[in-house]
Design a protein around this ligand. Sequence first.
Ligand SMILES: [Zn+2]
Length: 257
Amino acid sequence: MRTSDALIIRTVDFSETSRIVTAFTQQYGKIEALAKGGLRLKSPFEASLDMLAVNSVTYIPKRSDALDLLTESKLLHRFSISPFNLAGSFAGHYVAELVNAFTQTDDAQPALYDLALNVLKCLEEGTFVMRTLVRFEGNLLHLTGYFPSLRRCVDCNAAVERTAERRIMFALMHSGVLCPHCAAGQSHTVSIRADSLNTLERLIDPRDKDGHWKKTPISRNVSGEIRSLLNRYISHCLGYRPKLYDWFRLIAELDNA
Ligand SMILES: [Zn+2]
């Protein structure tokens, strides 16, 4: 029997009364557990098994490839992302989708757990939503070992110059930028302007603790290029396109920053 704090990142109703939940636990990483009777009003789960709820869960780990069995779940915190904060709400589901996609079951990642909870807290406010997501993605890629090389050519290790207006080639297969010499003839590349790449780095700078990332002016073109690079790179890493990308246009329109 194990007990840990956990964020609910996916739910599937399994029968009229039971629910399968994917929970990202602080201590043990991601688990997939069956909550028998989880949809009954009077259950040991007290209606805690909704998306993005933070609970103290107790479960019996699976043997072989069956599901874990959830025996208890107590609600610790529900993020108050109001129905009027649609951008924050969709963004919260995207955070859950990426955490689920970039983790394996039973692989503890406490730093990623803290990151997810901090991001959801930011999203409650419903401001700077798109920037918050970019920052989250940068952090997530760092923590999961997928962060691309943005300064040095992934082929020959030469520094890739960023003179204004210049377009830089990013190789999806090799996870990073290419120098002009190595870029010739490469496929699966995304081209991005040097100033868009500079802005991306400012947005995800881990040393920025003072919120400069909220103040950096970003033109529509630049944010479009950053989004396009991240969408394609993350889809490439996962081998599929995250579902929530369908809502990004709406999130961007509703976002007030
Ligand atoms: Zn090169």
